[in-house]
Design a protein around this ligand. Structure first.
Ligand code: ZN
Length: 208
């Protein structure tokens, strides 16, 4: 079990929310937001190791902008949803890509222990349309995008999810990854940064 102080009730992740990323994996952009859950047991903190599981031959990083819910949201409007955000953080939605392709849903591919590195939460209000996420592997930049490029903006995503499931204080929403995803190998160090806001850096190890 990863050691972390963060234990949200749920982590909601958005899929295919950047046009170029959907394309690089051979997918269309969805007509409505596509979302799934990651278990809170997948969370690790800055500096903790991502463990490559023996069940997968291709584990990839996905740098994402995360938001923390501060106020309960049920069937909320977009503006209510935006006002309910209590902080922003960097998230790495680590994914066993081969298992994701094999399975009809993504719980296994996205849910391994250590598959959700989370950075510090930057509290307060942020310009949600002007956040930049950058991913680096061994210091080399692999992903960079602005939240302005999202297919569905953050307020819309939260509103949409809240019409399905109540979002509670402490819940985390990861808002999708831009293009440039790639494989992680043992010995790599992967860093996701929401520029000027939050950063999480993790070494990669293989399970014995
Ligand atoms: Zn993702």
């Amino acid at each position: 079990m990863p050691d972390s102080t963060m234990r949200p009730g749920k982590i909601v992740c958005i899929g295919r929310n950047y046009r170029e990323h959907a394309k690089e994996l051979g997918n269309e952009v969805p007509a409505e937001p596509l979302f799934f859950l990651k278990p809170s047991t997948s969370i690790i903190a800055d500096g903790d190791s991502i463990m490559l599981p023996e069940q997968s031959e291709r584990v990839e990083f996905e740098g994402e902008i995360g938001v923390v819910i501060g106020t309960r949201l049920t069937r909320a409007s977009e503006s209510e949803a935006e006002r309910a955000i209590s902080g922003v953080l960097a998230i790495n939605d680590v994914t066993a890509r081969d298992l994701q392709r094999k399975d009809s849903q993504w719980t296994r591919a996205k849910g391994f222990d250590t598959f959700c590195p989370m950075g510090n939460v930057a509290p307060g209000s942020h310009d949600l349309a002007d956040l930049t996420v950058v991913t680096r592997v061994n210091g080399v930049e692999k992903q960079r995008a602005s939240s302005a490029e999202m297919v569905f903006p953050i307020g819309k995503l939260l509103s949409y999810v809240s019409h399905v499931m109540t979002l509670e204080p402490g819940d985390i929403v990861a808002t999708g990854t831009p293009s440039g995803v790639g494989q992680l190998a043992r010995g790599d160090v992967v860093e996701v940064e929401v520029m000027g806001v939050s950063k999480v850096s993790n070494p990669v190890e293989a399970r014995a």
